[in-house]
Design a protein around this ligand. Sequence first.
Ligand code: HEM
Ligand code: HEM
Length: 234
Amino acid sequence: MTKPETDLIAAPVWDAFVRCFHWSLVLLFVFSAITGKVGGSWIKWHMWSGYAVLALVLFRIVWGFVGGEYARFASFVSGPVAGIRYGLGLLKRSTQHVISHNPIGGWMVVVLLLLLAAQAMFGLISDDEIATTGPLARYVSTELSLKAMSWHRLLGNVLLGLVAIHILAVVFHVFVKKEALVRAMLSGNKDLPPELAREASAARKASSAAGFVVLSIAILAVAVAVNWSAWFGK
Ligand code: HEM
Ligand code: HEM
């Protein structure tokens, strides 16, 4: 399991879609958090960035089933025993190499994706009783719109906390465990021991055409939801 840094080989793990998804999400999440807190005339832009986050997250969820080997949830979602074993392994000095997300990080990815989707969906049906109602608020009761707004405020803060934990975890892996994870999320190539590097190089890749089709469907789904009343009336 443990190898000196020099024995590591760079192998392709994160496809261009996962990388573009991640760094676009970072920019849009920061923009959404700031504009949500500032409020006022920024809420118009906040809603647009929220729609973009929803499209990205829908894309990533589907890509987690039809994307390349390491984009798939099946490659990084594991049971509690693997998580505990990995967590205990972190206490040792050695580095535990994994091709995709590690067993604890994998669960964080799932939680972040689901909560981001929930956050945007609460936004879609919310009413802030000031000047803004989400585009689908008219299809639910006023009571639910108001509840959705308070869940949106609460979940916004929960997400900020989870993102802080996510960034601290990445800092820990990079500086304490000396894993070049940020570089991997930029270039797509992760430094791995030879056997894992061989396995990663031979793994199933997804076609770019499939990625563009899934992304287009995700954008279309959000556009339909946001414009439902304009396009379909009522
Ligand atoms: C500058 C800040 C950030 C850095 C340096 C960073 C870095 C990373 C890295 C290195 C990974 C891969 C971890 C691994 O190898 O297992 C990752 C994954 C991920 N990060 Fe971040 N991250 C940042 C901010 C964010 C923010 C703001 C979000 C939004 C909620 C976010 C959501 C995610 C998600 C969902 C994944 C899984 C990627 C996938 O499989 O598609 N990150 N991040
Ligand atoms: C996943 C994407 C989104 C994120 C991360 C996000 C995050 C936030 C945050 C952090 C706040 C500040 C809450 C507070 O007062 O502490 C906020 C406020 C708000 N968000 Fe979002 N939001 C997202 C999507 C949306 C969408 C799609 C809509 C509407 C269509 C929306 C509508 C609003 C409104 C109206 C407020 C102001 C609430 C108030 O008056 O206090 N958001 N959002």
